[in-house]
Write a protein that binds this ligand. Structure first.
Ligand code: BJW
Ligand code: ZN
Length: 288
């Protein structure tokens, strides 16, 4: 802990790379651990563009289920601890030499942004500053669960939509998804009854990044990672490219890496500190 706090005091550009473990304490399932989504559901049938093209009804049921869970959850102490670092005055107190802090999260649940807005309002930041700091300091690289995207590339409309159910035909399907992990037991919903683009009426899709798709804000992330001299790696198995490579980039350029995870078998390289335990317990103590 002391070594970490010394490093924190020296660091100039801090990046936090977060994964599903950050939201585990809020009750949102992870992907690969015990109770993980990919242990129950088949990722290839549900989280690829091919899956959506071949059966949008199944994919929408999976994301409706996830929207229903996430909509009932709130940020935890780890979200708030990281969110506080996005407030410039707090960052200066915790890391006096810091010039930047950026949270690059693989999570699509929006809890980091919600935590930041709450913390920023408590610090009486203006709505304009809150919007600017959200854009500059929080990168949701795998998209957003509550964004809806038009499938017609000539339209490309994207909007935030937290309505639940997002269309009448999905109402109640979350209970079937929860009970039956085999997709052949899920009902078939006609494409015309699935969410449609409000601009052009084409089929809409969840605004998330599936396997084989390019991530959001790649160039911004690359520049943040390249200049970082401290990476906080929080609650990720570091198995999904490209996020899996960020901590090595920081380590290889001489930076420090601090891992916060309940397991100590996550991939690590170079100099690093490990905090083994729940990030919602450890991060607030380590940072403040
Ligand atoms: C705690 C805790 C607590 C628990 N406290 N810790 C072969 C086929 C197809 C693609 C590929 C392939 N080989 C490689 C690829 C590339 C692929 C990839 O890496 N696949 C690997 C699985 C092999 N990557 C991509 O496709 C990416 N895009 C890409 O590469 O574009 C470039 C390109 C495009 C086209 C052609 C060529 C190149 C996109 C990846 C998108 C990932 N999408 C998902 C689903 C998003 C939407 C959704 O949520 O449904 O993102 S997959 C899933 O995994 C989700 C997560 O963000 C991501 C990462 O998982 P994460 O967050 O690490 O969760 P877990 O569960 O793995 O780990 C949780 C950790 O928390 C554990 O370590 C616990 O111990 C810990 N923990 N509680 C602290 N309280
Ligand atoms: Zn459209």
């Amino acid at each position: 802990m002391e070594a970490f706090q010394e490093i924190l005091k020296r660091s100039k550009n801090i990046v936090a790379i977060a994964g599903a473990g950050l939201s585990a304490g809020s009750g949102i399932p992870t992907f690969r651990g015990a109770g993980g989504l990919w242990r129950k559901y088949d990722a290839i049938s549900l989280a690829t563009p091919e899956a959506f093209r071949s059966d949008p009804s199944l994919v929408w049921q999976f994301y409706h289920y996830r929207r229903t869970i996430a909509g009932q959850k709130s940020p935890n102490a780890a979200h708030y601890a990281l969110a506080s670092l996005s407030i410039p005055s707090v960052l200066k107190r915790v890391a006096p030499n810091a010039e930047s802090f950026t949270l690059v999260t693989q999570n699509i649940d929006g809890l980091s942004t919600r935590a930041f807005r709450e913390v920023a309002q408590r610090h009486s930041l203006s709505e304009r500053d809150i919007d600017n700091l959200t854009r500059d300091t929080i990168i949701e690289m795998h998209g957003r669960l509550f964004d809806v995207l038009c499938t017609d590339s000539s339209c490309g409309h994207r909007e935030h939509n937290t309505t639940n159910p997002i269309c009448p035909a999905l109402a109640g399907t979350e209970e079937i998804t929860e009970r039956h992990h085999e997709i052949d037991e899920w009902p078939a919903i006609a494409p015309l009854d699935l969410p449609r683009c409000p601009k052009c009426d084409a089929l809409a899709r969840p605004g998330v990044v599936w396997f084989g798709e390019g991530i959001q804000r790649t160039y911004t992330i690359d520049s943040v990672v390249e200049k970082a001299d401290l990476a906080l790696v929080v609650g990720t198995s570091s198995t999904v490219y490209p996020a899996s490579g960020y901590q090595s980039i920081v380590a290889e350029s001489g930076g420090n890496v601090a891992v916060f995870n309940i397991d100590d078998d996550t991939i690590s390289s170079g100099r690093h500190l490990s905090f083994i335990g729940k990030c919602e317990d450890i991060l607030p103590t380590a940072l403040f």
